[in-house]
Structures are given as structure tokens and as C-alpha cells.
Write a protein that binds this ligand. Structure first.
Ligand SMILES: Nc1ncnc2c1ncn2[C@@H]1O[C@H](COP(=O)(O)OP(=O)(O)OP(=O)(O)O)[C@@H](O)[C@H]1O
Ligand SMILES: [Mg+2]
Length: 254
């Protein structure tokens, strides 16, 4: 059984615009699926639908075979812990009034020290912060600062630490490096890749940058105007039978 499976997912916004059209794909455990497409094609909308932050009009979203759509908030609670998200702008994800340590401890306050983790074992709050700062390669001293006292790359590492802290099955990464400079982008992608292997995580990696998607993902989905136009495994990127739209995206990076 796939970790995540979408069948014929469609969504139209109130204004009548069809934003997702018959989306179908699956994502296996420990796999990274890349979703690439130009601005406005519906990537973040799809992410919000999978996270049950937006509703779908048709189709189904299965997590470990269980349908998520139409579940009430109470029944979604176990899934909320298991599907985490990292967004484009870490400045918005972190509360500016809270010290980093408090933002980091948010999942710990919400769910407690979970006993069923495979990799992390947290003795107490201080230990939780220490282990997670270590996992994202930041000095523990930064935990006592406020978000505005950190660089963009450091802030994004904090949101990643928070996302991995309870070892979710799936993390949706929605343009996690788009707000960063090239060097920070590369080091964050490397960190994410390492964490996926080490913690046996699965990612849906969303980006408009085909080269980043290709570096991270085993399977790639190309989206245009709400539809998946092309799908292939990483080594098939330059195959002659790629969709003309994929070839257009490739030409942007050569
Ligand atoms: N709440 C909303 N109501 C109506 N239309 C919306 C809403 N949110 C997004 N849209 C529209 O849906 C389309 C897809 O938006 P979405 O944010 O999913 O795109 P995206 O692929 O994530 O783009 P980007 O790469 O710029 O982040 C856009 O045309 C957008 O204007
Ligand atoms: Mg988006």
C-alpha cells in the first residue's frame, strides 16, 4: 500500500476557476516525489488539500489507505501529527514574539514526548531542543534568540527541525528554499536529503525549479494549469519522449 495516494482529485475555487483537474499519483514510504510547475499552476493548493486545509470537490486522498477528505478535525488529529509541512517563507512560519526554543517546542507541547519514535528519544524539553538543533546542524545557543536575530537559512532550519521532531511519515516541502540565496539553498537541500535517509521520511517536494526537484526526487510530476502533464522517474528526465512542456522547463536551466 502506498503512503499517499490521490485519485482523480479536482477542485474549483468559489469564483469558478478550476484549479486542480483530475490529479492522480502515489507516493511510497521513504520516497521523495517532486512536483514542479510554474507559478499559479496549483502546487500550493494541492499541498493545502493534502493537509486538509482546503477541501476538494471530487476524488480521494488516501493516507496509508485511509481517506482523509471529509474527516472532521477530531478524526484528523492523528494525521496532523503524521503529515507535516515546511513552507517557503520561514519568517511567516515562526512567531516573531517567541524565542526560537519556544517555537521549536511547539510539537512537544501539543503532542508530548511520543514513545513510538524510531530515532529520537527525548528525555525532557531541554533535550528535545538540543537534539533537534543538532539534527539541523545549528548551535544550541541560537535557541535563545528571537526569529529576527537569525538568518533566513537558519530560520528555515528551525522550521525543518520542528517538522521532523515527531518523525512524521510525510513532510510536504512547498518551495522550502525559494526565499534563500543559492548557497543556503544548496545546504538546505543537502540537509533535507540527509534527514530523509536518516529518519526514513517521505517527502512531497514542491518547487518551480526543475533542477532542485531533480536533485531531490526519485519520481517527478510536472504540473501545468492544474493538470499533471508529465510524470517520470529521475533518470528519465532527458528522455526523448518527455512532454513538450517538460522540455520547455528543461531549456530554462540550460
Ligand atoms: N483562496 C483562493 N481563492 C481563489 N483562487 C485562488 C485561491 N488561492 C489560490 N488561488 C488561485 O489558484 C491558482 C493556483 O494557486 P497556487 O497558490 O496553488 O499556485 P502555485 O503553483 O503554488 O504558485 P506559486 O509557484 O506562485 O506558489 C492561482 O491562479 C491562484 O490565483
Ligand atoms: Mg505556491
Amino acid at each position: 500500500m502506498s503512503l499517499l495516494e490521490l485519485n482523480n482529485v479536482s477542485k474549483t475555487y468559489e469564483n469558478g476557476d478550476a484549479v486542480l483537474k483530475n490529479i492522480a499519483f502515489s507516493l511510497e514510504k521513504k520516497e521523495c516525489v517532486g512536483l514542479v510547475g510554474e507559478s499559479g499552476c496549483g502546487k500550493s493548493t494541492l499541498a493545502r488539500c493534502i493537509l486538509q486545509l482546503a477541501s476538494i470537490d471530487e476524488g480521494e486522498i488516501l493516507f496509508n489507505g485511509m481517506a482523509l477528505q471529509n474527516k472532521n478535525e477530531r478524526n484528523l488529529r492523528p494525521y496532523r501529527r503524521n503529515i507535516q509541512m515546511v513552507m517557503q517563507n520561514p519568517a511567516i512560519s515562526l512567531n516573531p514574539k517567541l524565542k526560537i526554543r519556544e517555537s521549536l517546542l511547539d510539537p512537544y507541547y501539543q503532542y508530548g514526548a511520543q514513545a513510538d519514535l524510531r530515532h529520537f528519544q527525548y528525555a525532557n524539553e531541554a533535550d528535545f531542543a538540543k537534539q533537534l538543533m543538532g539534527a539541523v546542524e545549528l548551535p544550541i545557543a541560537l535557541a535563545d534568540r528571537y526569529p529576527h536575530e537569525l538568518s533566513g537559512g537558519q530560520k528555515q532550519r528551525i522550521t525543518i527541525a520542528r517538522a521532523i521532531s515527531l518523525e512524521p511519515a510525510l513532510i510536504i516541502l512547498d518551495e522550502p528554499t525559494s526565499s534563500l540565496d543559492i548557497l543556503s539553498q544548496a545546504s538546505i537541500l543537502k540537509l533535507l536529503n540527509g534527514l530523509r535517509e536518516q529518519l526514513e521520511l517521505s517527502y512531497l517536494f514542491i518547487s518551480h525549479d526543475l533542477s532542485a526537484v531533480n536533485a531531490m526526487s526519485q519520481k517527478i510530476l510536472v504540473m501545468k494549469e492544474g493538470s499533471i502533464m508529465d510524470r517520470f522517474s529521475r533518470e528519465e528526465l532527458f528522455f526523448e519522449n518527455r512532454h513538450s512542456y517538460t522540455k520547455e522547463l528543461i531549456s530554462l536551466y540550460q
